[in-house]
Design a protein around this ligand. Structure first.
Ligand SMILES: [Zn+2]
Length: 267
């Protein structure tokens, strides 16, 4: 057994017995781990109100060949109050976390992905709450997640003719092969081909330093379709079978309200 100090993103929590919590954590050092924090759901000084989405520091007692590790001395480093206090932001974060939980099945270090997730959480915490911006930046982050796990897409140019995409050059993504082609080079579409607006491809192609700047103007409907595409891509390549409740919730949350007066006319 080894004892280590770790930084972790709390991916999920579940109460366990009277005062303990079972958590899935994404640690910088080991990737995804399943941890048991004993006695932290108390009201005395040992109590730490750990929730999904927090960045925490803790000691980990790692037992080789075991699935559950003991977690002690939890301290909250960052609780991202603006995400926690906003339903839309919490909802987009939950889609990302559900795909991380579904897509990473073994304990295996991914330090770059850990830093990437932290950057996204900081960005989301400071971001305004425009619906299509939240959905587009989430889609970009999901394609980035797939990229860190070995399924990166070159959004820069058509794989056949080498042409870049843009406002007037839409892109076809062949989901199962992770290939992007322009309309001219995609005469007979494959079954898994999906169309995306060229300006979205340009945005996804931008280096991560520009991750969240110059977000294209798309309607909520287009942004929602792109999010579905990004989720389908992750699910296909990361072998995620279960239904994403968090995605259904987003649909519900961002669904446009009916135009004013629509019901009046029906009467
Ligand atoms: Zn082409």
């Amino acid at each position: 057994m080894s004892i280590e100090k770790s930084s972790s993103i709390v991916l999920s929590t579940m109460p366990y017995r009277e005062s303990s919590i079972l958590m899935y954590l994404f640690t910088r050092e080991h990737g995804r781990i399943h941890g048991l924090a004993k006695g932290i759901r108390t009201h005395d000084r040992r109590g730490v109100p750990v929730e999904r989405g927090y960045l925490i520091e803790h000691m980990t007692y790692l037992k080789p060949h075991r699935d559950l590790h003991q977690v002690t001395d939890c301290h909250i480093r960052q609780h991202y109050p603006a995400i926690r206090g906003n339903l839309e932001k919490t909802a987009v974060r939950d889609v990302l976390f559900d795909l991380v939980l579904g897509g990473i099945k073994v304990t295996d270090p991914h330090p770059e992905l850990f830093d990437y997730l932290l950057r996204y959480l900081s960005y989301l915490d400071g971001q305004s709450c425009d619906g299509s911006v939240l959905l587009l930046s989430l889609s970009k982050t999901l394609f980035g997640l797939a990229g860190y796990l070995g399924f990166r897409i070159d959004f820069g140019r058509c794989i056949t003719c080498g042409k870049g995409f843009g406002k007037n050059v839409a892109a076809w993504l062949t989901v199962d092969r992770g290939m992007l082609r322009c309309g001219d080079c995609s005469p007979g579409q494959a079954k898994t081909d999906r169309l995306l607006p060229g300006n979205a491809a340009v945005y996804f192609a931008r280096p991560e330093a520009l991750l969240f700047r110059e977000i294209p103007q798309l309607t909520d409907k287009e942004a929602s379709a792109l999010l579905h595409l990004a989720c389908d891509y992750c699910r296909y390549h990361l072998d995620i079978r279960r239904r994403l409740e968090s995605l259904s919730f987003i649909e519900h949350l961002f669904a446009a309200p009916p135009p004013a007066g629509e019901y009046g006319r029906q009467r």
